[in-house]
Design a protein around this ligand. Structure first.
Ligand SMILES: [Zn+2]
Length: 107
């Protein structure tokens, strides 16, 4: 336990969201997936996202987005090519089905 605590204390100093999430989930021993969400039309990257558990992706929680390549046009989330990906809700992004593809590695 002491070892775990010393690692988390060190990690807390790092400002990168990615590390915070990976270590948080690692210590909680929960299943999570790193997903790359891409535009279906042009295959460009839109989000790098941490997904917990199985199931279809309906929403992206903003605090789990590691990298954001999207364009925010008011409440619409768009790809660089103009393809509509989803809608901005306060804490999450509601994704429009069939406008994106996901690829990821189970970790
Ligand atoms: Zn696109």
């Amino acid at each position: 336990m002491l070892l775990c605590e010393s690692i988390t204390k060190k990690e807390k100093k790092k400002k990168k969201i990615e590390y915070r999430y990976i270590f948080f989930l690692f210590f909680k021993k929960r299943r999570f997936y790193m997903l790359v969400i891409k535009c279906q039309k042009c295959k460009r990257k839109i989000f790098k996202y941490v997904k917990i558990g199985k199931g279809k992706l309906w929403r992206c929680w903003k605090d789990r987005i590691i990298e954001d390549f999207s364009i925010h046009d008011g409440k619409n989330i768009k790809c660089i090519c103009g393809n509509l990906i989803g809608f901005d809700e306060e804490k999450c992004i509601k994704l429009k089905q069939h406008s994106f593809i996901t690829s990821g590695v189970k970790t």
